[in-house]
Design a protein around this ligand. Structure first.
Ligand SMILES: Cc1cc2nc3c(=O)[nH]c(=O)nc-3n(C[C@H](O)[C@H](O)[C@H](O)COP(=O)(O)OP(=O)(O)OC[C@H]3O[C@@H](n4cnc5c(N)ncnc54)[C@H](O)[C@@H]3O)c2cc1C
Length: 402
């Protein structure tokens, strides 16, 4: 690695770094591009710990990056999976209104999705809902037949293979510790040696703000990690869920509420919740980092966020430690589900950017400087949108780095 010189170095071997890398070389095959990843394997963090849902684009504000990239991203993802023989299913999803009081928000979601160009959305009554999801109860539901499931690790690996076939280099086990810029060269000091490039793309997920600060750029956000914990349904209870069953989300919180997902391996998961993690890669409740915690406490946006969301946050913590409360929420969607249907599951940690005013950034945030592009907020539906986001970043690089 010592003497390597690249046109572009991408920090982060998750689905976004790899999609960007692949599409850069598709469009600018003469460029030398490297991906630098701190773990020994690719796709080990958000990309490897998510629900595996290919979202259709219902929830997002029309015109937002999320709306555009999710709708385009799903189409591209389906095509990519077909062409590369990656297993996926468009099993469909229902968003279920449990009470009459949720019908207004369900209708809003229908209108949003339609405005975003999501095809074939339908508001269905209880009888049709029973045909789609026989064990679910609700007054009405929004049915999105094209929402699907896939293993995003497999997708990321396919991006990596194509990138390498096109001549790109991937360095794993190479954590970027320091970045210096001088005379048109960006030098990355990594745990595996130095790498030099003319330009940098920061796709570091849970560490995107840290990598940005190594470039001395003021990006005005801090990544706060939110752990999502899952239960799995025991095999004998899998019949309770045919596809994807979601509640009507709380519009004040950017997470979707605990739901049921049948994944591509045939397992059924219930969750995730959204609990603030005490470590950036804190997958277990007991994981704690003094450095991360002190960093949060010293950030003004943290206190403003806490003042705004403390009530919802306490509810999430309560549910995290109390299986009965988790179960009660799940029973609103599937009344017959019991504690005995649930076994322990995994978890994932979302990289959520928080602004200095305490707001949780809702949209994807991709910002561009003279010789660097930072992806600062790419939570769900980031994996679904990865081909569209990568295309956008590759376009920014080609237009501006030349
Ligand atoms: C619980 C959960 C459920 C989700 N469900 C869905 C879903 O169903 N559908 C969907 O579309 N999206 C979902 N998402 C969101 C989706 O997973 C993310 O949007 C996507 O994976 C983001 O990819 P990424 O490449 O930005 O981040 P990551 O996959 O986290 O990759 C970032 C990489 O950067 C590396 N890195 C960090 N710092 C350094 C450094 N200093 N040096 C070198 N490398 C570094 C990390 O090791 C990591 O591999 C979910 C996320 C979570 C957490």
């Amino acid at each position: 690695m010592e003497s390597s010189q690249y046109d572009i170095a991408i920090v982060g071997g998750g689905i976004l770094g790899l999609s960007t890398a692949m599409q850069l070389l598709e469009r600018a095959p003469h460029w030398r591009v490297a991906v630098v990843e701190k773990e020994e394997e690719l796709a080990t963090h958000q990309t490897g710990h998510n629900s595996g849902v290919m979202h259709s684009g219902i929830y997002y504000r029309p015109g937002s990056y999320k709306a555009q990239f999710c709708v385009a991203g799903l189409n591209n993802m389906v095509k990519f999976c077909e062409e590369n023989e990656i297993e996926f299913q468009q099993c469909g999803k229902v968003i279920v209104a449990i009470h009459e009081s949720e019908l207004g928000r369900l209708q809003d979601l229908y209108e949003r999705g339609t405005a975003n160009g999501v095809p074939d959305l339908e508001i269905v009554g209880p009888e049709r809902l029973k045909e789609i999801e026989p064990h679910t109860a609700g007054v009405k539901a929004l049915y999105a037949p094209h929402t699907g499931i896939v293993n995003f690790i497999k997708v990321a690996e396919a991006f990596a293979a194509k990138f390498q076939q096109a001549g790109g280099d991937i360095f794993t086990g190479a954590a970027v510790r320091k970045i210096t810029r001088s005379g048109g060269t960006v030098t990355l000091e990594t745990t595996k040696g130095n790498l030099q490039a003319k330009h940098l793309i920061n796709c570091a997920g849970l560490y995107a703000d840290k990598v940005a600060s190594m470039t001395d750029e003021k990006v005005g956000v801090r990544i706060i990690p939110f752990r999502g914990e899952y239960y799995t349904l025991r095999p004998e209870s899998h019949h309770l869920v045919s596809g994807l069953i979601y509640p009507v989300p709380n519009p004040e919180f950017p997470f979707l509420g605990v739901h049921f997902t049948r994944n591509i391996k045939g397992h059924v998961e219930a969750g995730p919740n959204a609990v603030m993690a005490m470590r950036r890669e804190g997958y277990r409740k007991r994981d704690f980092s003094l450095k991360d915690s002190l960093g949060n406490l010293g950030y003004p946006g943290f206190w403003k966020m806490a003042a705004k969301y403390w009530k919802i946050g306490m509810g999430e913590v309560w549910r995290s430690y109390n299986k009965g409360v988790f179960l009660r929420d799940l029973q609103t969607l599937i009344p017959e589900i019991q504690a005995s249907d649930l076994a322990g599951g995994g978890s994932g940690v979302r990289a959520q950017a928080v602004a200095r005013d305490g707001s949780l950034l809702d949209d994807f945030s991709i910002i561009q400087g003279r010789d660097v592009i930072h992806v600062l907020n790419a939570p769900s539906p980031g994996a679904t949108s990865s081909l569209a986001i990568g295309e956008h970043i590759a376009g920014l690089a080609i237009d501006n780095f030349n």
